[in-house]
Design a protein around this ligand. Sequence first.
Ligand code: 9UX
Length: 72
Amino acid sequence: QIKKQTFPVLGMSCAACAARVNKTLSRQEGVCSANVNLATAIATVEYDPSLCSPEMMKQAVQNAGFDLLIDT
Ligand code: 9UX
């Protein structure tokens, strides 16, 4: 089933940054929806845990020049 989780995002300083992180997460296989809040620096992601993991999201966000804090 779909899991909904929030992650702090590091490195965003403008709306275009947030849009880039949002697009990066949205394109990730297994991600159903992503919403990145610039003001709170929090990404809310709904995903299928059988298709992707927070580690994979972190890697993708790092490749885009930002970072995602995951619990593990
Ligand atoms: Mo605005 Mo975000 O120039 O990298 S896009 S700070």
